[in-house]
Write a protein that binds this ligand. Structure first.
Ligand SMILES: Nc1ncnc2c1ncn2[C@@H]1O[C@H](COP(=O)(O)OP(=O)(O)OP(=O)(O)O)[C@@H](O)[C@H]1O
Length: 285
């Protein structure tokens, strides 16, 4: 049987930035290749400054790629689109809109705030655990609550691909743990059911393992793929799994890979390249 058509196809992608007064061009991503299957939850980790956000921003269509192929559902990504939603570290809610109005915003902007749209928003308010708080304003919400609104807003427009850039990084450790569990619950209740696909950037390796179906490890910048690790933990994921030997071994292994990439800078060695087919290269377990 033919493999399913990838949701996202990334082939030899190259992305650069110009900076400084002379507009010096430097590559942030160079030769990045992998596929994401429909319905997969992918986590992306790598050394600080390796190019993770640059790549996510290009998938969002906010910056162009300078080489390779970036396709969503077989269509070249050449700008932002309704088929993608972004969730950033800061919730960036409209302070003058309440919870419901913030979640409605995307639907309203797309002219889709009809009875079905309102019902969907009401469903999401409950799903993200904000039942009874729909009329609260952002100033009345904690950081965790604000990120719940942000997640609901990203889900409301039913995008094909949800892009999350360290959405829990600004939260305290305890709230972060709660939000990781909440995201798996929300994902299982909503994202998986609706066949959505997610790409989640994080510095926190246990967070990546807990949430994802696959963890991609990027090299130090300019980023390419060094490992593509299948997370063979059953769903639903539970906090108790974080204490299992399998979970700890996989987290340690990924931390070692990221650390090795961080060290490479100091030793001036290139990272080993793998292709998206090299799943077995660093298989789980
Ligand atoms: N707008 C920009 N203009 C110029 N250079 C940029 C720009 N954005 C990022 N860079 C550079 O591109 C490289 C990759 O940055 P990027 O933010 O994508 O990395 P990252 O892996 O997300 O970092 P971190 O892990 O610290 O969040 C860095 O060298 C950074 O300085």
């Amino acid at each position: 049987m033919a493999p399913p058509r990838p949701k996202l196809r990334v082939r030899d992608v190259e992305i650069g930035h110009r900076s400084g007064r002379k507009g010096t061009y430097a590559l942030a991503v160079d030769g990045l290749s992998f596929d994401v299957a429909p319905n997969e939850f992918i986590a992306v980790v790598g050394p600080s400054g390796c190019g993770k956000t640059t790549f996510l921003t290009a998938v969002a269509g906010l910056i162009p790629i300078s080489g390779g192929t970036l396709e969503l559902d077989d269509h070249r990504i050449d700008g932002p689109g309704r088929d993608r939603s972004l969730v950033f570290q800061q919730a960036s809610l409209f302070p003058w809109r309440n919870v419901v109005q913030n979640i409605e915003f995307g639907l309203k902007a797309h002219g889709r705030l009809d009875a079905a749209g309102r019902a969907r928003v009401a469903e999401l308010v409950e799903l993200v655990g904000l039942g009874g708080k729909g009329d609260k304003y952002p100033r009345e919400l904690s950081g965790g609550m604000s990120q719940r609104v942000n997640l609901a807003r990203a889900l409301a427009t039913d995008p094909e691909l949800i892009l999350l850039d360290e959405p829990f990084a600004a939260l305290d450790a305890q709230t972060r743990e709660v939000m990781q569990e909440e995201l798996t619950r929300i994902w299982q209740a909503d994202g998986v059911k609706a066949g959505k696909t997610a790409m989640f950037i994080t510095h926190d390796v246990p967070e990546a393992v807990f949430l994802a179906d696959r963890v991609l490890v990027l090299s130090r910048g300019p980023a390419h793929l060094v490992a593509d690790i299948h997370v063979d933990l059953p769903r639903p994921r539970t906090p108790a799994m974080k204490r299992t030997p399998e979970f700890l071994a996989m987290s340690d292994r990924i931390v070692d890979l990221v650390m090795a990439q961080s060290q490479i800078g100091k030793q001036a060695q290139p990272g080993r390249r793998v292709t998206s087919d090299d799943h077995a290269g660093v298989a789980a377990g």
